[in-house]
Design a protein around this ligand. Structure first.
Ligand code: NAD
Length: 317
């Protein structure tokens, strides 16, 4: 795949879809971006607005409002369409029923137009929607990637980096499992600059203060709601997360990110989608990385899997 032929279709041109398109253009990672939305004016307006910004960017690219026939030769289709989130809601799982209806109609349209690339799923509840899209599309498991806990991982690394005044990229700590209340952290394998996190905590007590791992996980889980409560959506973090995943697909990067992927016995889990560290390349989810979890972490991962699987019976497949 070369830059010249690369094409990403984004279904849902709302806050997340439009910001993802802008992030892709800003990083100049593909030649053509297409926006699809039931609200055609919104898709047209966002595309036009972004078209004018390309004049100031690093290379020439194209963005337009399109339709499902654009999926035929797309490398990646991003699903971010959604019903509006109720203002007082604090649980992504409440989005299941409306998301299911919307996602089903979209996947039917994408597949009937001959799509043969990789789905990147953002719509919530993202782990359940990723599984649902796998079932509906009948594509191989590796071609469906949910953004999952990539964003939560960025939030955790950001919190840790602030404590020690570091670049967040120097922190390697994965948030895993459900993108939601049952998510957990692989603390046992977490490092900062190659140093075990527990040692960093102990050796820098003046900066660690009384912040515990439980408190960090709580802050990570609440970060999205803190933003949502103030402005009614979150868009930049998720758009950057999706862009990193799409870049790894288009550039065949083999980058490891914690994404929602179809498990084949890894971590003792089967036939379901959950976030675990995964090598991402032009084939989508190339390989799942099994990191060594502490016994209690493995139990939390299992518990989260049960939460997610509990909703599969509600899916209309
Ligand atoms: P939004 O309401 O701003 O945008 C949703 C868009 O989808 C709207 O423009 C709407 O017209 C469009 N749409 C609805 N039905 C459609 C259909 N059948 N076909 C095409 N388009 C359709 O919402 P948002 O803030 O952009 O959020 C989008 C989704 O992303 C939500 O499910 C949200 O929960 C999710 N999200 C996920 C993460 C994550 O980490 N996975 C982070 C943030 C948001």
């Amino acid at each position: 795949m070369s830059f010249k032929d690369s094409k990403v279709v984004i279904v849902g041109a709302g806050n997340v879809g439009a910001t993802t398109a802008y992030s892709i253009l800003n990083q100049a990672i593909c030649e053509e971006v297409v926006l699809i939305d039931v609200n055609k004016d919104k898709a047209i307006a966002e595309a036009l607005d972004m078209q004018h910004s390309i004049y100031f960017m690093n290379r020439n690219m194209s963005i337009k409002a399109g339709d499902y026939s654009d999926c035929r030769d797309a490398d990646v289709v991003v699903i971010t369409a959604s019903a509006p989130m109720p203002k007082d809601s604090h649980n992504r799982l409440e989005m299941l029923a409306p998301s299911m209806r919307i996602v089903k109609s979209i996947v039917d349209s994408v597949m009937s137009n001959g799509f043969d690339g990789v789905f990147v799923v953002i719509s919530n509840p993202v782990d359940i929607m990723s599984y649902y899209i796998w079932k509906l599309s009948r594509l191989p498991k590796n071609r469906i990637i949910g953004t999952g806990t990539t964003l939560d991982t960025a939030r955790l690394c950001c919190e840790l980096s602030k404590m020690y005044n570091l670049d967040a990229k120097s922190v390697e700590a994965f948030v895993m499992a459900e993108h939601g209340d049952s998510e957990m952290v692989s603390w046992a394998s977490a490092t900062i600059g190659g140093k075990n996190l527990s040692d960093v905590f102990a050796d820098n007590a003046d900066r660690t203060k009384d912040i515990t791992k439980d408190e960090l996980l709580k802050r990570t889980k609440e970060a999205g709601w803190e933003i949502f409560n103030r402005k009614g959506n979150t868009c930049y973090g998720i758009a950057s997360s999706a862009t990193a995943i799409i870049k790894s697909i288009l550039f065949n990067e083999n980058r490891i990110l914690p994404v929602s992927v179809g498990l084949n016995g890894e971590y003792g889990l089967n036939n379901m989608f959950l976030s675990v560290p995964t090598i991402i390349n032009k084939n989508g989810a190339k390989e799942i990385v099994e990191i060594k979890l502490a016994d209690e972490e493995r139990a939390l991962l299992q518990k989260s899997a049960e939460v997610v699987q509990g909703f599969y019976k509600e899916l209309q497949i």
